[in-house]
Write a protein that binds this ligand. Structure first.
Ligand code: G3I
Length: 302
C-alpha cells in the first residue's frame, strides 16, 4: 500500500484528516486529501456557532460540502462536535438552566438528525474536563450540573442510533489526572448503561512529548469496552524528532485492537491551526515529510 489510507485499511483502520471548506477550491489540497486519506473531520463546520448561529436556525451548508465529497468517496466521517464550550453561539451562554437544557437537546436532535446514518462517529461532548481531572466549569456544567454529559449522549443516541458516540479531549496522552477523571466517567457510564462507544484522544503534541504511557492509556480505556481513536493528531517540530513522535503514536494505535483509526488535524502545514509549528505530514507545498514516511511504515505501507 502506497497511501496512508490504503495502508491503514490493511488492518481495518481508517486514516483521516481534518478538512476546511475554505480550501476545497484548491486542487492540490483536495487531491492530497482524497488520494491519501480514508476519513475526514470537518475542522470547524459542524461547531455550534456555525450550525446554529441563532436559536433554532440551522446552517448545514458548509459541512454538507465536506460530507458529500467524503461520502462519494466512501470515507469515514467524524462529526465534531455537538456540545463544547468553544466556538459556541453567543446566544447559548445567556440562557437560564431550563432553556439551556432544551436548547442542548434540540441542537443535538437537529444536528445529529441532519446527518443521521451518514457519520461514522460523533464527538458528542468535547473538552469537558480540567487538567486536574475535575469537570471544566463551562456554561453547561455550571447551569446543568454533572448530568449534562450523559444527557447529551442519550440525546445523540436517539438522534442517530448508528453513529459511534465519543467523548473527546486533549492532554490525555498518557495516564494522568485528566485522563483518569475521564476514565472514571466512562467506567461509570458503561456500568449504568449510558450510551458511549468511544473515546477520542486529540493528541496535539510536540517533538519532546513523553509518550511512555500512551499505549497503556489507550488500552485501559479499550478494556472498559469502548473503541479508541486518535482524533486530532499533530506534532510540532521537524525531521526525525517529529517523525519519531508520529511513529510512536501510530505504533500505539496499531498495538491496541480497539484503536480503530487515526485522524491528523489538517492536510498541509500551510493551513494548520498551529502552522508555525509545521506539525502535519505534508509540508506547505504538499511534499511528504519524514513524518509521513514514518507513519506509512508503521501502518505497513511503503
Ligand atoms: O471564519 C472566520 C473568518 O470569517 C474570519 O475572517 C477569520 C479571522 O480570524 O476567522 C475565522 O474563524 C476562525 C476559524 O478557526 C476558521 O478559520 C477563528 O478565528 C479561529 O479561532 C478558528 O480556530 C479553530 C479553533 O479550533 C477554534 O477553537 C481552528 O481552525 C481549529 O483547528 C481548532 O480546532 C480545535 C478543535 O475543534 C478542538 N480541539 C482543539 C483544536 C485546536 O484548537
Amino acid at each position: 500500500a502506497s497511501t496512508l489510507g490504503a495502508a491503514a485499511a490493511q488492518s481495518g483502520r481508517y486514516f483521516g484528516a481534518a478538512i476546511s471548506t475554505s480550501h476545497l477550491g484548491e486542487a492540490a489540497y483536495v487531491n492530497t486529501w482524497t488520494a491519501e486519506f480514508t476519513g475526514v473531520t470537518p475542522e470547524n463546520e459542524m461547531k455550534w456557532a456555525t450550525v446554529e448561529p441563532n436559536r433554532n436556525q440551522f446552517n448545514f451548508g458548509p459541512a454538507d460540502q465536506i460530507v458529500s465529497q467524503a461520502r462519494s468517496r466512501g470515507m469515514k466521517i467524524r462529526g465534531h462536535t455537538l456540545v463544547w464550550h468553544g466556538q459556541l453561539a453567543g446566544w447559548v451562554s445567556g440562557l437560564d438552566a431550563s432553556n439551556l437544557r432544551s436548547a442542548m437537546q434540540n441542537h443535538i436532535s437537529q444536528v445529529a438528525g441532519h446527518w443521521k446514518g451518514q457519520l461514522y462517529a460523533w464527538d458528542v461532548v468535547n473538552e469537558a474536563f480540567e487538567e486536574n481531572g475535575t469537570r471544566r466549569q463551562s456554561v453547561f456544567q455550571q447551569k446543568l450540573g454533572d448530568g449534562y454529559i450523559e444527557d447529551a449522549f442519550r440525546a445523540a443516541r436517539t438522534a442517530d442510533p448508528n453513529a459511534k458516540l465519543c467523548y473527546n479531549d486533549y492532554n490525555i496522552d498518557g495516564v494522568n489526572a485528566k485522563s483518569t477523571g475521564i476514565y472514571t466517567m466512562v467506567r461509570d457510564f458503561k456500568s449504568r448503561g449510558v450510551p458511549i462507544d468511544c473515546v477520542g484522544f486529540q493528541s496535539h503534541l510536540g517533538s519532546n512529548s513523553t509518550l511512555s504511557s500512551y499505549q497503556a492509556n489507550l488500552q485501559r480505556f479499550a478494556d472498559l469496552g469502548v473503541d479508541v481513536q486518535i482524533t486530532e493528531l499533530d506534532v510540532g517540530g521537524s525531521g526525525s524528532g517529529q517523525a519519531n513522535v508520529y511513529r510512536q503514536v501510530t505504533q500505539a494505535c496499531m498495538a491496541v485492537s480497539r484503536c480503530t483509526g487515526i485522524t491528523v488535524w489538517g492536510v498541509t502545514d500551510k493551513y494548520s491551526w498551529r502552522s508555525s509549528d509545521t506539525p502535519l505530514l505534508f509540508d506547505g507545498n504538499y511534499g511528504k515529510k519524514q513524518a509521513y514516511t514514518a507513519v506509512l511504515d508503521v501502518l505497513g505501507g511503503g
